[in-house]
Design a protein around this ligand. Structure first.
Ligand code: ADP
Length: 808
């Protein structure tokens, strides 16, 4: 205890015990005799002390104990009590009592604590309550009907004094004080305590208000927390909350599912370290993550995982399968900024990654197929092919088809892939490959297919055939009619059937399925399947050409000469096709490296989007290269068909309007050659009806137009004119390019002929010297004529005529 002396006369601070170090809590007046007169300033000091207590006390309990002590010690009363009004029972109960250390007052105290007083004259508090004013009793032993009188007497208590605690709505409580001595009423004190009573009243009301608010707030917080929990629970991503030691505090439903909780409910009980180790976390290259690399640890070390900084990891779920997830998260800090735990959001990206990988694989597979297309068999192999033909004419095609089916299976991740081809002349559908079946199932499949072998024309579901011919993919539920009754020993549910189109002809059908799984085919998957099918058609067609040639060679050696051209043709094809393929490969590899670089280094989002744009641009170029390649391949196939006298119009010619075909072609070319001027001259208001295969005529116009554009300077215009002359329609494309001599004008229509002096002047499109040859064939099939009017240095006008259709 500390002593210090106040200079003020007659008042000495005996002890200054401070709870907070700011205000004197206990004052005691020293040197006062039995008949003391409390001086004004002493009283003020006590009242000031009580006010201070009211200011700093946390709650009424603390305030009451200290107030009673301050009043008792400071004003020399030996016993004190605070009574509060209980609204429910409408009585006073003792809230806090106090007495000096010199008395025991145990009996009196006990009675006081037990008592409940009503607003009547039977108790001092009761009297104050009923009157609402302070009451002074000189000697309570002289009072009649005073409930605690016997106990007070035994304790030697005489003087007593009590005052009301006034709240805004009335008396809230009473403070009473007792002394050993008989005390004369102190009017000044009686006056002061009225104010003090009001102060205490305010304090109590304020604290009660706060308490109510706190309770209300607590209620709100709980409601909020419940709401938050419900929201977290409903989030589709896994949400994990963990503490400073990486112990899992909470995981939502999705989180529990991601981990595979139901497989190991005890997982939560394991020590954090062991728990995390069980998940066997790996990076994208499947390298095991070190402890510091675990997302939880990174978060607990203060890292925020988001954007490019959010890692993709692979971990093993509790039921033992690998899951590819993207992890975001942040540490949770207390008010002192100390990390007390963390929150982690885990998104299952397995599907996305699978798709990415699949897209990647599919690109590779497409490349592999394209390469297959341009690879020529060695002489020896062809000999072998010729021998095999004798046993099964489809053997080579079957080999290639099997390879393609396996590739497709890998690309699409499906269970089974089957390929059937449609014979060009007879339209007989023949199965050539199936993968994904057991050997017994496969044997049955071949049997079934052989039994069903028939022409497309006789197919019992002509509407489905029509859809396939129109290049539509079909999703067929095998458990529904008309397939329900078909043999289905593999329990296949839903089949995806994609047409294998070749220059507008249905050359085959590729079917795939996921066995008995209820698989939903996405648009992406269907598009991919169609691309694969298209390439497969090309590869098979090449195989057919080789077979035809081998057949011809075996039967008629005289055909050797004409087929040498086929060799030349394929040689050139492979050369031309390799150029775009090399670019495709390079671009794809570069994009792969770029993407990996981004993921490895965790770039800022700006940089990331820049890179992604670059990658997209590259893929865009890849796409146009693939288109270009497709066109070349198309030309090659057309040319080979022409040489085999097999070029056919895909549909029955129908009534079309020539200007419409031309306008469409010009527009689509204009989208490629944006800066070029192409002027279209069409007879006004009239339609120019022709009976034609619109697609093929469009092909001819495209060829004329691209030649005019590529063999003339970029700043020279090109004119496209349609005229009607008597019973024929005439289309001409005029350019201001180099022009052709009479001799050249003759030769350019030949197979593979390219005029030696003519160079591509704009655009980078390389050709094979096949376009004009194909154009002439197409126009002649339409009973029209082709020609060119040109002179060196004066540009060229390529034209064709077609008989006008009789107006209907
Ligand atoms: P390519 O794919 O080589 O253009 P084409 O059969 O379309 O094949 O043309 C054959 C050749 O005719 C070209 O290589 C070129 O030498 C010549 N040629 C075609 N169109 C024009 C034109 N508008 N002006 C000059 N020469 C042309």
């Amino acid at each position: 205890m500390q002593y210090d002396h106040d200079r003020r006369p007659g008042l000495t601070w005996l002890g200054r015990r401070t709870l907070t170090g700011k205000h004197p809590a206990v004052v005691r007046i020293n040197g006062l005799g039995k008949t003391r007169h409390i001086r004004t300033e002493q009283r003020l000091a006590v009242l000031y002390a009580v006010s201070s207590i009211l200011l700093e006390a946390a709650d009424l309990k603390e305030a009451a104990a200290r107030m009673l002590q301050a009043l008792g010690d400071g004003l020399a009363w030996e016993y004190g009590a605070l009574w509060l009004l209980d609204d429910k029972t409408e009585s006073l109960y003792s809230h806090t009592t106090w007495h000096t250390s010199s008395i025991h007052a145990s009996d009196f105290e006990f009675t006081t604590r037990q008592a409940r007083f009503l607003p009547d004259s039977l108790s001092l508090p009761g009297r104050v309550w009923s009157s609402g004013v302070p009451v002074w009793v000189r000697d309570i032993t002289k009072e009649r009907n005073f409930y605690r009188q016997p106990k007070a007497r035994r304790e030697g208590l005489h003087g007593a004094f009590a005052f009301p605690i006034q709240g805004s709505t009335g008396v809230l409580g009473i403070i009473e004080l007792f002394s050993y001595e008989i005390r004369q009423p102190d009017k000044e004190l009686l006056q002061s305590v009225i104010t003090l009573g009001k102060q205490i009243g305010q304090f109590i009301e304020r604290r009660r208000g706060e308490e109510e608010r706190v309770q209300l707030l607590a209620g709100e917080v709980v409601a909020h927390a419940n709401q938050l929990e419900a929201i977290i629970e409903a989030i589709a991503d896994g949400v994990f909350i963990f503490d400073r030691e990486a112990n899992l505090v909470q995981a939502n439903g999705a989180g529990r599912e991601i981990l595979g909780f139901e497989w190991n409910p005890e997982f939560m009980e394991l020590p954090a370290d062991e728990r995390l180790r069980q998940l066997v976390m790996r990076d994208e290259d499947r390298l095991l993550l070190s402890q510091e690399q675990w997302p939880v640890m990174r978060i607990l070390h203060g890292e925020t995982l988001k954007g490019a900084n959010a890692p993709d990891i692979i971990f093993q779920t509790l039921d033992g399968h690998d899951l590819h997830v993207n992890v975001t998260g942040a540490p949770v800090r207390d008010s002192q900024e100390q990390i007390i735990g963390g929150v982690m959001v885990v998104r299952d990206v397995t599907k996305r990654r699978e798709l990415e990988v699949r897209t990647h694989e599919s690109l590779h597979a497409l490349l592999a197929m394209a390469e297959e297309l341009v690879q020529l068999p060695a002489e020896g192999e062809e000999g072998a092919a010729a021998r095999e033909i004798e046993s099964d004419p489809l053997i080579a095609i079957k080999k290639v088809a099997h390879h393609l089916a396996a590739l497709t299976c890998g690309v699409l991740g499906c269970r089974r892939v089957g390929i059937t081809i449609v014979e060009p002349e007879t339209e007989i559908v023949r199965a050539v490959a199936v993968v994904g079946l057991t050997s017994e199932q496969e044997r049955q499949w071949w049997e079934e297919q052989r039994a069903q072998e028939s022409s497309l024309k006789d197919n019992p579901t002509p509407e489905l055939v029509a859809a396939l011919r129109a290049d539509e993919a079909l999703i067929l539920d095998m458990t529904q009619p008309p397939f329900k009754d078909q043999p289905n020993n593999c329990g296949i549910r839903v089949i995806l059937s994609v047409p294998m189109m070749l220059a507008g002809r249905l050359a085959g059908i590729m079917t795939l399925d996921y066995g008995s799984l209820d698989h939903e085919y996405t648009q992406e998957e269907i598009a991919l399947a169609k691309t694969v099918a298209k390439l497969a058609a090309l590869v098979i067609e090449r195989e057919r050409l080789l077979r035809d040639r081998a057949e011809a060679r075996a039967n008629e050696m005289a055909l050797r000469k004409s087929h040498r051209r086929m060799d030349e043709f394929l040689g050139m094809a492979s050369h031309e096709l390799r150029t775009p393929l090399t670019t495709i490969k390079g671009n794809v590899q570069l994009s792969k490296r770029q993407l990996k670089g981004i993921l490895d280094r965790g770039k800022s989002s700006d940089e990331l989007s820049g890179k992604i744009e670059a990658v997209q641009e590259m893929l865009e170029r890849t796409d146009s290269q693939v288109n270009f390649m497709n066109r070349l391949v198309g030309d090659l196939l057309d040319a080979s068909r022409i040489s085999a006298n097999m070029l056919k119009l895909s549909f029955q010619p129908e009534l079309c309007n020539l200007p419409e075909i031309v306008r469409e072609t010009v527009q689509s070319q204009h989208r490629i050659f944006l800066k070029r001027t192409v002027r279209l001259h069409v007879p006004s208001g009239e339609s120019v009806p022709i009976m034609a295969d619109a697609e093929r005529i469009g092909q001819v116009v495209t060829n004329y137009l691209t030649n005019a554009l590529k063999y003339s300077a970029a700043d020279r215009p090109v004119d496209v004119t349609i005229q009607v002359e008597g019973k024929v329609a005439k289309l001409s494309v005029r350019d201001e390019g180099p022009g052709l001599s009479i001799q050249e004008q003759e030769r350019i229509w030949e197979y593979f002929y390219q005029s030696p002096g003519i160079e591509v002047q704009s655009g980078s499109s390389v050709g094979l010297g096949l376009g004009l040859h194909i154009c002439r064939t197409i126009i002649e099939l339409h009973h029209g004529q082709v020609g060119v009017k040109s002179a060196p240095g004066e540009g060229s006008t390529f034209w064709f005529t077609l008989p006008l259709a009789d107006e209907v």
